[in-house]
Design a binder for this molecule. Structure first.
Ligand code: AMP
Length: 193
């Protein structure tokens, strides 16, 4: 299986669709947000550093994040393909990912961009706050995360476009989770055909 980069704003469904993809294709799954929340839960040094950034809706510095990503990737079983969920979030991270994979003889595979309007995103995140109690799912922090997404992460879509990897799937057009999923599976099946 080719690697997959699942890309989109907070609340766009990266984690939810990744779980479905994992169940269908048996791939590995690296969610950098989950890795960081695990470190916080375990009270590690890294967790203490990460908490300050996460609670403020800011990104963890690139060097630290790139290092964590490489270690997590190397711990995955080889050959099954991996979904990168929540990474890369900056151009520097994307360049580092490309280099890290090339050094291992692997490539980035296919990028799937989930395009969802901000009103829908906000409603989903406020709902997730009630259901999952994530510390960064409050209105003030969500607004900061949207701003960080717009300024630091969204420009990356163009970077993927230039790499010839960008596949955008639009919530407005599909408007149901099942329709989104079939569009996602189609991209994955075409890439692996
Ligand atoms: P997520 O669960 O993907 O929404 O990530 C939650 C938070 O973890 C983000 O708001 C960031 O503070 C941090 N984070 C996760 N992935 C990254 C990354 N690739 N680069 C920098 N910070 C990250």
């Amino acid at each position: 299986m080719k690697n997959i980069i699942i890309f989109g704003a907070p609340g766009s469904g990266k984690g939810t669709y990744s779980d479905k993809i994992v169940a269908k294709y048996g791939m590995g799954h690296i969610s950098t947000g989950d890795v960081l929340r695990g470190e916080i839960k375990n009270g590690t040094e890294l967790g203490k550093i990460a908490k300050g950034y996460i609670d403020n809706g800011q990104l963890i510095p690139d060097e630290l994040m790139i290092d964590i990503l490489a270690k997590t990737y190397d711990a995955e079983p080889a050959g099954k393909g991996v979904i990168f969920d929540g990474f890369p979030r900056t151009i520097a991270q994307a360049e580092a990912l490309k280099k890290m994979l090339a050094e291992r003889g692997h490539d980035m595979g296919v990028m799937i961009e989930l395009n969802v309007d901000e009103e829908t995103l906000m409603a989903r995140l406020l709902n997730r706050a009630i259901e999952q109690g994530r510390a960064d799912d409050n209105e003030e922090t969500i607004k900061k995360r949207f701003e960080v997404y717009r300024t630091q992460t969204a420009p990356l879509a163009e970077w993927f476009e230039k790499e010839g990897m960008r596949n955008t799937i639009d919530w407005q057009k599909n408007n149901s989770m099942d329709a989104m999923l079939s569009a996602i599976y189609k991209v994955i099946d075409t890439a692996n055909a």
